[in-house]
Design a protein around this ligand. Sequence first.
Ligand code: G3I
Length: 377
Amino acid sequence: MLRPKLIALAILVCVALWLGRGMAIAAQSLLGRETAPQARHCALDRWLRLGRGPTLASLARGQDLYVGTAVNLKALGRDRQYRRQLAQEFNLVTAENDMKLERLQPRPNQFDFSQADRLMAFAADHQMAVRGHTLVWHRAVPDWLEQQDWSRAELMAILENHIKTVVGRYRGQIAAWDVVNEAIADDSTLRDTFWLRGIGPDYIEMAFRWAHEADPDALLIYNDYGGEGLNAKSDAIYDLVQSLRANAVPIHGVGLQMHVQVNAAPSPDEVAANMARLAGLGLQAQITEMDVRIRQPSGPDDADQQADIYQAMLQTCLDAENCNTFVTWGFSDRYSWVPGYFEGWGEALIFDNDYRAKPAYHSLIEVLKNYSTAAPD
Ligand code: G3I
């Protein structure tokens, strides 16, 4: 008998708190005072979380640290738990697909910002930063663009228009743009792409210059995979960005994607050395797309080994003078790109299919707890 009454009472208190908060916010806005969007949106969520311990975002708060994730806009629209966990755990988002060229410019000079705008609105409502991904890539190029013969001048005009339209639209709202993505091939030469063939190798520096003109305050990043540690590919990336710097191209950092396997992750020491040499060029290093895939069915030690890799990479970023951004490529295995792309692999993220925290999540929390007590305010 007592239990239903207690539950009813708890619900009443909860609704009263929520309404009270809403009225306070309304009163504040009538008085013309600004309220932090995060406070506005998450009051109930946070109240419900009381006593459940810190989140990644709460530990990163005030530490000049971005803990982010790629967002699947379909999941954002239809999955309440996805939205809630995203808002609670992260202070930065990036679009997994919806800021790519084929999505933003599906027809010549006809832009569709509907999905990207939804992400921007979510981020603003929850006081999250946004990484823009990505302006120039050899994939996600629409047929109208790829399947026609363009002159060099035409292709340059299309690229300039795309970059300036997109970057200009979100000017001042994007913390960092992945300007050029994966321009180095696996054999460490410049990748043979539609852009390279049509414009020549200087498409890379043009892209950075156009992005900078459109948003002079955005950090402009070269983003790639497979060059996280020290190897031929990271050497090639280093050479590329060094020559861009030498030519006064506005580039501010390198994104280390970090799509790795549980049994073949780069050594943290090498990642640290790679970050340090980028710092020597005056460049930031960001971990931009981390996931750690496990061969299926997983073995008994895989989850712990995966946790160790996540932990080591976050620690490496925090220890580096030039790394303040740690982004995972999704957060729940429910929406990970991995099983669809690497047959027989999965479980790559920090929450499982049902949003339960995995050892990898707890390992990140531990790193951040130590960091937030050690770091000055
Ligand atoms: O949404 C459409 C759907 O309407 C259509 O019916 C279906 C048919 O193929 O395609 C759906 O789009 C797919 C999209 O993912 C959303 O699921 C695309 O085909 C598919 O190519 C796309 O794959 C994405 C891939 O980039 C290519 O753009 C992955 O989700 C995304 O995780 C992956 O992300 C990349 C980064 O951008 C760059 N670094 C590597 C990383 C992993 O490959």
